[in-house]
Design a protein around this ligand. Structure first.
Ligand SMILES: NCc1[nH]cc(CCC(=O)O)c1CC(=O)O
Length: 308
């Protein structure tokens, strides 16, 4: 007899999404002593996966990668959804909550190029491709002389475009490259203090139905409290500033000893100006810390900074 599924894991179908879903499946299986056959993956294609020709910020923003998974969750077709925390909107649909996060991967961005050893060494006028408004603005801030172009597609597609010489360099998250076993492509790693990552970068979020105690209890042992505190601060920061998905925003929280340290930044899209903030506090006050950091930046922002 085939044993019934314990929990159905919903995921997008990109190689990175599948790697993250498999990691979730492995951790959940280990925690409960059950095999992958009892934790089947249900692959769901999202609007964000279909749009390849324009920046997603122009196509309606972040919910594009989550809507179809949200529906499957609410309809009971899946029991939990695995997401890159970075791609999650700040507001989730009614009836869906984030149970928590897996232990965080490397949060840093990687510089990848065949033409230079580092962002600093790229020749003047070199072309750097990225689809991220944050990375585009941070690159322009550090190197206003470079040409920044749109480079979309999944991690493998972008590396192929680099190999074909469509761009001289690109930036990708270390977390994704590690999960895909592609770190041999990395030319240099950008430290957090030099190149502040996106809110949620490197973290895998587990979304569940609100009030579904069976699923909540099952996933609890695989969730990482430290990552939860960091993400609470980062997402509260984003919520305060997320007036527009056209805004380059960076934010990162980490435990330093007993304290949670948060750094946040907003940039003009052309990199000509930026504002940053640092706050430290108790991990238990993570959300308030992030919110206050966001309010502080908002109060210091000149009119029109967010491009509205
Ligand atoms: N927006 C795409 C996306 N969403 C999550 C990751 C990488 C994994 C992560 O940041 O957790 C990536 C690719 C990238 O930014 O290089």
């Amino acid at each position: 007899m085939v044993s019934p599924s314990a929990f159905v894991i919903g995921t997008r179908g990109s190689p990175l999404a599948l790697a993250q879903a498999h990691e979730t499946q492995r951790r959940l299986g280990d925690a409960h002593g059950i095999g992958p056959e009892r934790l089947p993956l249900e692959v769901i294609r999202t609007t964000g996966d279909r749009i390849q020709d324009r920046p997603l910020s122009e196509a309606g923003g972040k919910g594009l990668f989550t809507k179809e998974l949200d529906i499957a969750l609410l309809e009971g077709a899946i029991d939990l959804a695995v997401h890159s925390a970075k791609d999650l909107p700040t507001a989730l649909p009614a009836g869906i909550v984030i149970a928590g996060y897996l232990p965080r991967e490397d949060v840093r961005d990687a510089f990848i190029s065949r033409r230079a050893k580092s962002l600093r060494d790229l020749p003047e006028g070199a072309v750097v491709g990225s689809a991220s408004l944050r990375r585009q603005a941070e690159i322009r801030r550090l190197r206003p002389d470079l040409r920044v172009t749109l480079l979309r597609g999944n991690v493998e597609t972008r590396l192929a475009k680099l190999d074909r010489g469509e761009v001289d360099a690109t930036l990708l998250a270390m977390a994704g490259l590690r999960r895909l076993g592609l770190t041999e492509h990395v030319t240099a790693v950008l430290e957090v203090d030099d190149f502040l990552p996106a809110v949620g970068q490197g973290a895998i979020a587990i979304a569940v139905r609100a009030g579904d105690e069976r699923v909540a209890r099952a996933v609890a042992p695989i969730l990482d409290p430290a990552t939860g505190h960091a993400l609470a601060a980062e997402r509260a920061f984003l919520t305060v500033l997320d007036g527009s998905c056209r805004t380059p925003i960076a934010g990162h929280a980490r435990l330093v000893g007993e304290a949670l340290e948060f750094r946040g930044m907003v940039l003009r899209p052309d990199g000509s100006d930026s504002l940053d903030v640092v706050r430290r506090g108790a991990p238990g006050d993570a959300a308030a810390l992030g919110r206050e950091a966001g309010l502080d930046l908002r109060a210091r922002m000149p009119a029109g900074f967010l491009g509205s």
